[in-house]
Design a protein around this ligand. Structure first.
Ligand code: PLP
Length: 399
């Protein structure tokens, strides 16, 4: 580690916590990144479910280089016809269930959530917005307003007042669906909760949520920012459960490693953003051509190489190779997103240090500090799974 660079990082790059990981990255390839001294780390976070096609994926690198040479930013979003944007929107529309066929590109997950909330208010002319307890949707004011209580309260309290007319119900609680009424503009829900520590829906829950929203005329918004683009074992988690929302938010892996977010809806709903007022939602950089070229290449790579088809098997392999370890209390899993439950936060903090020594990058979850995360690039090989499991088991032995 270059000491001067580390000091400058701490002095001049705004910090988000008193304890950053402070590993210097020299380069990254496949499922590894390397320090300047050449120490490899297994990336079991994927930049929090971003690098689904692996670091330095040649198809993505080539698309970025080609598009950067052709043109980068030309005009604010929505005015010019930019081929990478159009082709990516068409591919997403073809791959999502009907009627999700109109894509609004932005720069990040939080922005996708902001756009979706505004669209729901505009379309329904209602104001109440409901989210789920222990949900994370981003850090901007609107997205933070939808952060699920009670765990989110500590964050929210420091930044109040936030958006009015928001409330949280419990994910997987059928009785709470009664709280969705004709006053409700939208319900925002991760089909599989990520930062709550990987919580899949109970049988029939998402279907019941869909039914309730239909009964009262509220829009259902799925946040697939973390679990979309193949992570769950389907290209989109909604396909696992056969439930189609009115709006879906995508980001993270959407850009193949470049910053890109999107909310997708039907043309009928989305078109309300074009009038009363015109320019109802605008962005300068949203749908940047280089980011769209990268995202398009990444999604085609997933499809052409049948990567998603193998995600469930690979996730199950991690689960079966780890579940018999005595330190492991439970494994919660959706595709290649695993929460390995240790039952105590002290153990978790300890194992994080062991992981770094061993050459593994993992972390915990915003609303669950007793479980560690396994969410490697989806292209990880069976040998790499076995090898990383041996390293994890060595760390578990030391607890
Ligand atoms: N929604 C979910 C489910 C997330 O996991 C995240 C980020 O972790 C976000 C939204 C926010 O995305 P971004 O950090 O790109 O704003």
């Amino acid at each position: 580690m270059n000491d001067i660079l580390r000091k400058q990082f701490l002095r001049h790059v705004a910090q988000t916590s008193p304890a950053p990981q402070l590993i210097e990255v020299a380069r990254a390839e496949g499922v590894f990144f390397y320090t300047p001294e050449g120490k490899p780390y297994y990336d079991l976070i994927s930049g929090v479910s971003v690098n689904n096609v692996g670091h330095g994926n040649p198809a993505v690198v080539e698309a970025v280089q080609r598009q950067a040479a052709d043109y980068m930013h030309v005009m604010v979003y929505g005015e010019m016809v930019e081929r990478p944007q159009v082709e990516f929107a068409r591919l997403l529309a073809e791959s999502l269930p009907e009627p999700l066929d109109t894509v609004y590109f932005l720069n990040s997950g939080a922005e996708a959530v902001e756009g979706a909330l505004k669209l729901a208010k505009r379309y329904t002319a209602r104001t109440e917005m409901i989210s789920m307890r222990r949900a994370y949707h981003g850090s901007t004011h609107g997205a933070m307003s939808m952060m699920g209580a009670p765990e989110g309260e500590e964050w929210k309290n420091a930044f109040r007042p936030l958006l009015p007319d928001t409330k949280a119900i419990s994910f997987n609680c059928f009785e709470d669906l009664e709280q969705i009424t004709t006053r409700t503009a939208c319900v925002l829900c991760e089909p599989i909760q990520g930062e709550a520590g990987v919580r899949p829906p109970k049988d029939g829950y998402l279907q019941a949520l869909r039914r309730r929203c239909d009964e009262v005329g509220a829009l259902l918004i799925f946040d697939e920012i973390q679990v979309g683009m193949g992570r769950s074992g389907e290209m989109f988690a909604m396909q696992k459960y056969g439930v189609t929302p009115d709006i879906v938010c995508l980001a993270k892996a959407l850009g193949g490693g470049m910053p890109l977010g999107a909310f997708v809806s039907s043309q009928k709903i989305m078109s309300t953003l074009t009038h009363d007022p015109v320019l109802g939602h605008i962005t300068t950089f949203g749908g940047h051509p280089v980011c769209c070229a990268a995202g398009l290449a990444a999604m085609k790579y997933l499809q052409q190489n049948k990567i998603v088809e193998d995600v469930e098997r690979k996730g199950a392999m991690y689960e079966s190779l780890l579940q018999d370890h005595p330190a492991v209390k439970e494994i919660r899993r959706a595709g290649l997103l695993l929460a390995v439950e240790l039952g105590e936060s002290e153990k978790l903090y300890k194992i994080m240090d062991h992981f770094i020594e061993e050459g593994i990058l993992s972390d915990w979850f915003l609303f669950c500090d007793t479980a560690f995360r396994i969410s490697p690039p989806l292209i990880i090989s069976d040998d790499e799974i076995r090898d990383s499991v041996s390293m994890i088991r060595r760390c578990l032995d030391r607890l």
